[in-house]
Design a protein around this ligand. Structure first.
Ligand SMILES: C[S@@+](CC[C@H](N)C(=O)[O-])C[C@H]1O[C@@H](n2cnc3c(N)ncnc32)[C@H](O)[C@@H]1O
Length: 298
């Protein structure tokens, strides 16, 4: 856990082998999530940012975008993403905090955030920040962990779980690990200025027994068949939402970068991104450090 003054605590993955998590029998979940993301993300566009992108697991799905930003709080995750995608000149790799996104208002056509909001303590603040960087009509594809899935309902009914899957408030089942009620998340998205266009319920068959019995590509294909209709009742552990950004309050930024410290427009130079207030954020080729690291004095 990382704490910066004035910012909510962050569950950062610095130094963790997150790729190992996916190698450990999660092909079904990976394929099912790809089906949902492919269905909800506009296939083409100018600028896309994935927030909390980790090692860039899903980045092959952004082939139709001219500029792609893979952003994560953890420098080691961003470096892993760079090792994977650094050969592609459309990609840039950004170390930053989602509570202080280093982009000017209205500059993104699409934002993707998968398996991240379950680590977010202040959801309204995060959604407000994301809404701010999208152009009006831009698309936000959000995945969130649902508390109202079948296993949670079953465990609640047999009294093996104390919290109710039906109550609206988020449940923090471990420090900085939250599950959300779908109606609660919808209300927060609407409050932040998004209009929900489509939803998909994902990972209907996340069960060890089923995963042993049926090969992952088949199980994922079956999940794809029912994701849309399943969104009517949403009883899965994972929900994908396609939300459209409403009108902007201010005007669109001229350039791309925004200083995460003072929030002024910032300019990209050979070795740094700088703002008029004198903040300097290091840049090494396609890698941008836009949050204070422990060793940096900003
Ligand atoms: C479970 S991983 C998901 C990675 C990727 N989205 C995927 O699905 O493969 C969560 C990621 O969110 C990042 N993260 C958590 N809090 C963050 C924050 N406040 N700002 C940016 N990234 C954050 C973590 O460092 C981690 O890499």
């Amino acid at each position: 856990m990382s704490e910066v003054q004035g910012s909510p605590p962050v569950c950062d993955y610095e130094g963790t082998d997150y790729e190992a998590f996916w190698r450990a029998g999660r092909t079904y979940e990976d394929l099912a999530e790809r089906i949902a993301l492919r269905a909800l993300l506009p296939p083409q566009g100018h600028r896309l940012v994935e927030i909390g992108a980790g090692f860039g697991r899903l980045a092959d799905l952004y082939a139709g975008y001219e500029e792609v930003y893979l952003l994560d709080y953890a420098r080691t995750q961003v470096e892993a993403a760079q090792r994977r995608w650094g050969h592609d000149r459309r990609f840039r790799f950004v170390v930053a905090d989602l509570y202080r996104l280093p982009f000017q208002p209205g500059v993104m056509d699409a934002v993707v955030m998968v398996r991240v909001i379950h680590h977010v303590q202040d959801v309204p603040r995060a959604l407000q920040e994301i809404r701010g960087i999208l152009r009006p009509g831009g698309i936000f594809v959000l995945e969130f962990a649902s508390k109202r899935h079948l296993k949670a309902i079953f465990r609640y009914v047999i009294r093996a779980q104390s919290w109710s899957p039906f109550s609206l408030e988020p449940v923090e089942f471990a420090p900085l690990h939250f599950d959300f009620h779908p109606a609660w998340m919808r209300a927060r998205l609407e409050e932040a200025g998004f209009r929900i266009r489509r939803e998909r319920a994902v990972s209907h068959f996340r069960h060890p027994w089923l995963k042993r019995l049926i090969r992952a590509p088949w199980l994922a294909r079956m999940d794809g068949w029912v994701q849309e209709v399943g969104a009517l009742w949403k009883l899965t552990p994972s929900v994908f939402v396609q939300a459209e950004a409403g009108p902007m309050e201010g005007s669109r930024g001229e350039g791309l970068w925004r200083c995460p410290a003072c929030r002024l427009p910032a300019v990209e130079q050979e070795e740094a991104v700088r703002c008029p207030a004198g903040h300097r954020w290091p840049r090494e080729g396609s890698l941008y450090i836009l949050r204070p690291l422990d060793e940096m004095a900003v």
